[in-house]
Design a protein. Structure first.
Length: 226
């Protein structure tokens, strides 16, 4: 395992690439297990319509290395039917033995707290020991009671550099390990990890990728790891 600096924070890595296409990236992830908070498994904007043995294999190796494997599920800001989300959660569990859930495009307003409360109960019932809600912004504080980790920023480096993701006062009631920032289109040498620490996010990921598919690249911290 790669040693982790005390000040680096932990890495949540959403690697949305097939293991057959980017085997070297998945090998680096597995070799860097000591740096990782978790890895998001996303075979096809969710678990897909049938099991994929390549994803099952890398998921098993990550778990063996002590890494949380989070099954990606889109919630479409609360518009996706509860039953469809639960089906994805169960497929991630049954096909890939995912031990966590990454609920993407999570709503942030208080009016949908009951909906996400029901999804949180369903995720736990489906075996998710770690539940992550990706709001992409700071949500209503009530969401902190539903999940283990809130993604409170997802966006490009320019916006992050210019002050996005400044924490609201309520976040000080929770440890920094409860918050994550996902930053893409990050130039080499940019102080993304330092900004995450300053803004109260104990988990982060900063990648060079941009455009419509930024999460096909590894974070700089792993690309440069020996």
């Amino acid at each position: 395992m790669t040693p982790r600096s005390k000040d680096d924070g932990m890495l949540l890595v959403p690697l949305y690439e097939h293991p057959a296409d980017r085997p070297e990236a998945w090998e680096r992830l597995i070799a860097s297990a000591g740096r990782l908070h978790s890895v998001v498994l996303n075979p096809d904007s969710g678990p897909g319509s049938a099991p994929d043995e390549r994803f099952a294999a890398v998921a098993a190796r990550l778990r063996e290395a002590g890494v949380r494997v989070l099954g990606y599920t889109d919630t479409d800001y609360g518009r996706r039917p509860h039953a469809d989300v639960v089906q994805d959660l169960l497929r991630h569990r049954d096909w890939y033995a995912a031990d966590g859930a990454f609920l993407d495009q999570a709503a942030s307003g208080p009016e949908l707290l009951p909906h996400y409360g029901r999804l949180a109960v369903a995720a736990r019932a489906a075996g998710a020991r770690t539940l992550v809600l990706n709001h992409g912004v700071h949500p209503h504080p009530g969401y902190a009671g539903l999940a283990d980790l809130l993604v409170t920023f997802e966006g490009p480096w320019d916006a992050y550099r210019d002050g996005a993701a400044a924490p609201p006062p309520w976040t000080s009631d929770h440890p920094v390990e409860r918050f994550c920032h996902l930053v893409y289109a990050v130039p080499p040498g940019a102080p993304a990890a330092e900004l995450a620490a300053e803004r109260g996010a104990g988990v982060h990921c900063a990648v060079p990728g941009g455009g419509v598919h930024p999460w096909g690249t590894l974070p700089y911290a792993l690309e440069t790891a020996g």
